[in-house]
Design a protein around this ligand. Sequence first.
Ligand SMILES: [Zn+2]
Length: 183
Amino acid sequence: MSASEHRPTPETAGTTGQGTVTDRLVRANAAYASAFTDPGMDARPVLKVAVVACMDARLDLHAALGLTLGDCHTIRNAGGVVTDDIIRSLTISQRALGTRSVVLIHHTDCGMLSLTEDFRHEIEAEVGQRPAWAVEAFKDLDQDVRQSMQRVRTSPFLPYTDDVRGFVFDVTTGRLREIDPRH
Ligand SMILES: [Zn+2]
């Protein structure tokens, strides 16, 4: 696939019958805020856990993991891969906001399974500049979860790496499958 196939056109970008999609979100927020009461919470996650997951729209982390407001940090990106910026967030999560456990979640049917580093070269051909970032695409979900666990465990910046577990979420069953870090 080429990058240009995914570029939204001005006619379709984020518009709905009643303004843009962002307008819709702002209206929803007004309703949310009207019923909102200050929960009086501290910023430190109650369960002292940080969840690193793919940004996939089918993955409702709070519902899938029985989490409620204030319980955890959720750190998401394309693939749920452990990039330098994920390490940055985990470092702040542990050192400044008291989390102790890390849960990594990839999922079935992830878009990253169908991309390759060619994605960067296609962008370069189109815009004349190659992105500095790696695509971090992967072919094997289980292996990428293992690699992500390894990146967390070996980070020199993270003081708490004893409780690091990795999973694959099945988007058709809602079930988590734990990945053994050893093979
Ligand atoms: Zn994904």
